[in-house]
Design a binder for this molecule. Structure first.
Ligand SMILES: C[C@@]1(CC(=O)O)c2cc3[nH]c(cc4nc(cc5[nH]c(cc(n2)[C@H]1CCC(=O)O)[C@@](C)(CC(=O)O)[C@@H]5CCC(=O)O)C(CC(=O)O)=C4CCC(=O)O)c(CCC(=O)O)c3CC(=O)O
Ligand SMILES: NC(=O)C1=CN([C@@H]2O[C@H](COP(=O)(O)OP(=O)(O)OC[C@H]3O[C@@H](n4cnc5c(N)ncnc54)[C@H](O)[C@@H]3O)[C@@H](O)[C@H]2O)C=CC1
Length: 220
């Protein structure tokens, strides 16, 4: 395996994106969705970045300088200048900051996957840099396979698991139940809003006290 996949907790972490074009915009939005505080340093900004700026996306219109790195957790070099991107990489390496270089994967500490997000379900696809176009195509295929109903399904599974672990720690019997639950086609029932069938499954596998409405309160 060329790269080791991990899921980082970026909540309230400072990240720096250098560049303000399409690539920098995509990376900034992804960081922001994960709760990071992003500073974007660039000689110009896309309309989308201009429209999105807020407390968590700060835009600084200027050329990159080494001092921009400061104490950041991660840095993304996404300028149109290969020379500037490589300088950022060297500056980051000198300071022990992990960096992603948009036009030089071989110099990057990490690369970004294509991501499907359905609430707590996150599918990240990487081709290890071999074909970003294929990563994007597979992401779109996965979006068809795992529709928006998976957000509700994960809420349900998460709340069932929480309730069961609060009541008792019994990994052997829990494993059987959770494995059976994920085989029950609940996402399709959630998509159809078929509360009756969902509750039949919950009663069959979990017994009384696990009804859908109280596990995942629905807006009326
Ligand atoms: C190595 C990596 C480094 C990194 O950026 O982390 C990298 C590098 C490069 N990408 C280039 C091109 C394209 N990148 C995309 C799209 C995405 N690129 C992303 C990630 C990555 N891109 C990392 C590897 C990911 C992997 O494959 O596992 C995604 C998944 C995530 C994201 O960026 O957020 C996002 C899809 C998001 C989505 O929609 O799901 C498209 C498609 C399009 O634009 O429609 C194209 C044109 C088609 C093509 O080239 O395939 C070039 C220019 C090459 C040239 O000069 O021609 C380089 C530089 C190079 O390879 O040297
Ligand atoms: N990793 C990826 O997914 C992809 C990477 N690329 C590569 O990413 C890079 C950026 O692509 P785009 O966003 O499409 O380019 P772009 O030309 O739209 O944006 C480049 C940005 O860099 C800024 N910039 C240039 N010199 C600067 C400096 N000295 N200091 C600060 N900002 C500076 C410009 O103002 C502009 O906002 C290119 O090198 C391209 O080859 C391209 C496509 C996908």
């Amino acid at each position: 395996m060329k790269y080791y996949p991990i899921f980082l907790d970026l909540k309230d972490r400072d990240c720096l994106v250098v560049g303000g074009g399409g690539v920098a915009t995509r990376k900034t939005m992804g960081l922001c969705r994960a709760g990071a505080r992003v500073r974007v340093v660039s000689k110009g900004f896309s309309q989308k970045l201009e429209a999105q700026k807020n407390d968590n996306i700060r835009l600084e219109c200027k050329p990159y300088e080494t001092s921009d790195l400061g104490e950041v957790f991660l840095v993304f070099a996404a300028t149109s200048s290969r020379e500037v991107n490589l300088r950022i990489q060297e500056d980051a390496r000198d300071r022990g900051i992990l960096c992603n270089i948009a036009d030089a994967p071989e110099r990057s500490d990490f690369i970004l996957p294509s991501v499907v997000e359905r609430g707590d379900l996150v599918c990240a696809v990487s081709t290890s840099g071999s074909s970003p176009a294929l990563a994007k195509k597979i992401r779109k295929d996965l979006e068809q396979m795992f529709g928006p109903e998976y957000t509700g399904f994960l809420l349900l599974m998460g709340n069932i698991r929480k309730k069961m672990l609060e009541e008792d720690h019994d990994p052997v019997s829990h494993k059987k139940i959770f494995t059976a639950l994920v085989e029950k086609n609940l996402p399709a029932m959630i998509a159809a809003n078929d509360e009756t069938r969902i509750n039949l499954v919950l009663v069959e596998l979990l017994g009384p006290g696990f009804d859908y409405q109280s596990l995942v309160p629905q807006e009326q």
